[in-house]
Ligand binder design. Structure first.
Ligand code: HEC
Ligand code: HEC
Ligand code: HEC
Ligand code: HEC
Ligand code: HEC
Ligand code: HEC
Ligand code: HEC
Ligand code: HEC
Ligand code: HEC
Length: 431
């Protein structure tokens, strides 16, 4: 009796549990159905619904009315898109900046996602923000110009407009528009120059994301042109050695007195080329006379570099030649690498404009290369001598063999004649 009672209770509990499960499952399904079928904004705006699908906001269950307001439960346009229901419609550029900005500045809302909340504050200080918010200039860029409207993705999604390899094209939408840029007296060839320079080549052609995008130098939201004194922090993110040596140069004080910009006075801001020694000259005459001590210093440094380069080139050639002749050059190839790496150390030292400092590395590079040249020369010389000696031995052998051959031939002939004579004599006379 007691057992039956217990069984019944357990049975009841199981039934209840199944009922709860079924109920919650059906209400879950219903919630999805509400999104798709009776969410009025989506019913009438199929095109935007499709556009929005898969975006980061869609994935985080942010809905149309979170941005546009209105009443998504009514299929009557008059009610659904009424001012009374808080309908915003298509927000103006200024309004949408705060629409996006305020939600993203809300620490509580953003906390679960662990993303920063200072975009709006940064934007307000940028040239873009000042133009739009203070001068009501709607030509300027706001959130949706850089991120898109309905198709917004996480920054590390290759579909995102701010994904590193897409970003320069996003900035170019406006910054390559000549008519627009002329109005602000800004150049319209920044993208063109950037894409022809080494940074653009690495990022856009070689897909190498260690090269800077526009935003890496100008900031994501605080898009200000880096001022002359701030260039150090811009280029210094990646080229620390060059900065270190620049700081030891007389140019440091010139920069502090604002008589020159730091890196870009020699390398340009956007059309940064692969650097080579031929720059030492044309780049300096931008500011120094050819008769000046400064220019001459540049030429002396150039000579040191060029001489080391030439010595290494010659050593390389002679090593290759020896290798073809079967000489073991493993050791020399290692030496060549050492010489090259010393030369590489000399290059950034150029920035210090200190002759002794550059010389320290070029002298080492040169002496390693000339040692290699000397060693290979000696080996090749002994090769040559050995060849001559071998030639003489061969020649001697050749003559000996020929002489023996001739002698043998002669002996054979004499023997044959003798045999014939004996044959002739031993024949009986026939009459
Ligand atoms: C019964 C259909 C219907 C419903 C429901 C509806 N809309 Fe609309 N919506 C329209 C039509 C029609 C237009 C006008 C199109 C035009 O002006 O080109 C419009 C225009 C808009 C615009 C553009 C306004 C502008 O200023 O250009 C936005 C934004 C918009 N709707 C968002 C919403 C949102 C958000 C909801 C849900 C709260 C919603 N709509 C519900 C039919 C509807
Ligand atoms: C994150 C905010 C946000 C969400 C969410 C959002 N929109 Fe928009 N929508 C905007 C902004 C901003 C514009 C204005 C774009 C412009 O000015 O070019 C806009 C424009 C529109 C327009 C005007 C036509 C157009 O395409 O420019 C319609 C219609 C519209 N949205 C419907 C919807 C619908 C339907 C949904 C839900 C599926 C939705 N929006 C979700 C921000 C949002
Ligand atoms: C001039 C272009 C530009 C404008 C304008 C802009 N952003 Fe961004 N935004 C970026 C770039 C670039 C990134 C960084 C992408 C990356 O990390 O590689 C970014 C990143 C973000 C992120 C990811 C978190 C973070 O800070 O890295 C959020 C959120 C964001 N922006 C929101 C906004 C909002 C809101 C606005 C308007 C107030 C806005 N953005 C305006 C270019 C812009
Ligand atoms: C209702 C609040 C809300 C509004 C309004 C809103 N967002 Fe978002 N946004 C979010 C949330 C939540 C995420 C998801 C963050 C995550 O998962 O990292 C997000 C993600 C993003 C991201 C990707 C961030 C990243 O980490 O790369 C960008 C960019 C972005 N939003 C831009 C905008 C723009 C532009 C607008 C205005 C058109 C806007 N948001 C309006 C809440 C909002
Ligand atoms: C929607 C068009 C638009 C987009 C997209 C845009 N900009 Fe701009 N930008 C402008 C306009 C217009 C100005 C001039 C504002 C002014 O000076 O009043 C400007 C100014 C600037 C300036 C200041 C120049 C100066 O010397 O005053 C910088 C730097 C800049 N933009 C960089 C960027 C970068 C980097 C991007 C991409 C991440 C970008 N912009 C995307 C329109 C745009
Ligand atoms: C390697 C860093 C770097 C990159 C990458 C870069 N810039 Fe610049 N940009 C600078 C520097 C430095 C200046 C000059 C600031 C000065 O002269 O004070 C500058 C100046 C500007 C200016 C102002 C021009 C003027 O004459 O006032 C604009 C606009 C600009 N850049 C846009 C862009 C755009 C768009 C991209 C991407 C296509 C980009 N920049 C990529 C470093 C960079
Ligand atoms: C985000 C990192 C980054 C920033 C910021 C950056 N660069 Fe570069 N830079 C690179 C990469 C990557 C390369 C290509 C690989 C290489 O040659 O080292 C490169 C190449 C160069 C070269 C050619 C080097 C060579 O081997 O011939 C010069 C010159 C140069 N950058 C100058 C600058 C200047 C000037 C600035 C500031 C206005 C700057 N870079 C900012 C990453 C950066
Ligand atoms: C006075 C002109 C001048 C200034 C200023 C200058 N450079 Fe250079 N830089 C050169 C020359 C010349 C070379 C090439 C030397 C060679 O390859 O023989 C060079 C080479 C480079 C290289 C490639 C060699 C290497 O170190 O890998 C980088 C990167 C570089 N500079 C970055 C910078 C940065 C960053 C700054 C700002 C601190 C800067 N430069 C300032 C003239 C200058
Ligand atoms: C953008 C202008 C500018 C460029 C380009 C430039 N310099 Fe200078 N340089 C200066 C200024 C300004 C001074 C400081 C003059 C002073 O102190 O009187 C200076 C000082 C020097 C000095 C120390 C002072 C002296 O007269 O002996 C040397 C050396 C020097 N530069 C070498 C070079 C070399 C080499 C190059 C080319 C690789 C170069 N500079 C490119 C502007 C420039």
């Amino acid at each position: 009796m007691k057992n039956e009672c217990l069984m019944r209770t357990i049975f009841k509990i199981i039934l209840l549990w199944i009922a709860v499960l079924l109920f919650s499952f059906s209400s879950f399904r219903q919630a999805e159905a509400v999104d798709e079928k009776s969410y009025s904004c989506m019913v009438c705006h199929g095109e935007q619904k499709v556009e929005y699908k898969g975006s980061i906001h869609d994935k985080r269950r942010i809905l149309c009315h979170d941005c546009h307001g209105g009443d998504p439960t009514s299929l009557d346009a008059e009610i659904s898109m009424s001012r009374r229901a808080g309908f915003v419609g298509k927000p103006t550029k200024k309004r949408l900046t705060f629409l996006c900005g305020n939600c993203h500045a809300d620490r509580k809302r953003m906390k679960p996602f662990g993303i920063p909340t200072h975009q709006l504050e940064d934007y307000k200080t940028s040239q873009h923000g000042i133009a739009l918010l203070e001068r009501n200039d709607s030509n300027s860029a706001t959130c949706t110009d850089c991120h898109g409207t309905h198709r917004i993705f996480l920054a590390d999604n290759p579909e995102s407009k701010v994904f590193p390899t897409n970003l320069p094209y996003t900035c170019a939408e406006c910054h390559s528009d000549k008519e627009l840029m002329d109005r602000y007296n800004l150049p319209s060839n920044t993208f063109e120059e950037y894409s022809q320079g080494i940074h653009g080549e690495f990022l856009l052609e070689k897909n190498d994301r260690s090269a800077p995008t526009c935003a890496r130098c100008h900031g994501n939201h605080g898009a200000l042109p880096p001022r002359v004194t701030e260039v150090e922090h811009v280029c210094g993110q990646c080229h620390l050695t060059a900065i270190d040596y620049f700081d030891q140069s007389p140019h440091l004080n010139a920069m502090k007195r604002r008589e020159m910009a730091q890196c870009i006075s020699c390398h340009q801001d956007h059309l940064t080329r692969k650097a080579d020694v031929s720059m030492l000259g044309p780049v300096c005459t931008k500011c120094h006379e050819e008769s000046s001590g400064a220019y001459k210093r540049g030429q002396q440094i150039k000579t040191l570099i060029v001489e080391a380069q030439e010595e290494i080139e010659e050593a390389k050639k002679i090593v290759a030649e020896a290798k073809l002749k079967g000489v073991d050059v493993t050791e020399d190839e290692v030496g060549l690498e050492r010489a090259k790496s010393n030369l590489l150390q000399a290059i950034p030292k150029i920035h210090a404009l200190n002759l002794a400092l550059v010389e320290e590395s070029t002298v080492r590079a040169k002496s390693i290369a000339s040692d290699i040249k000397l060693r290979i020369h000696e080996i090749l010389e002994s090769f040559r001598l050995r060849k001559v000696a071998l030639g003489i031995v061969w020649l001697f052998l050749f003559f000996t063999v020929t002489a023996l051959y001739i002698k043998k031939k002669r002996a054979d002939r004499a023997f044959d004649l003798q045999k014939e004579e004996i044959k002739r004599r031993s024949k009986p006379m026939q009459i």
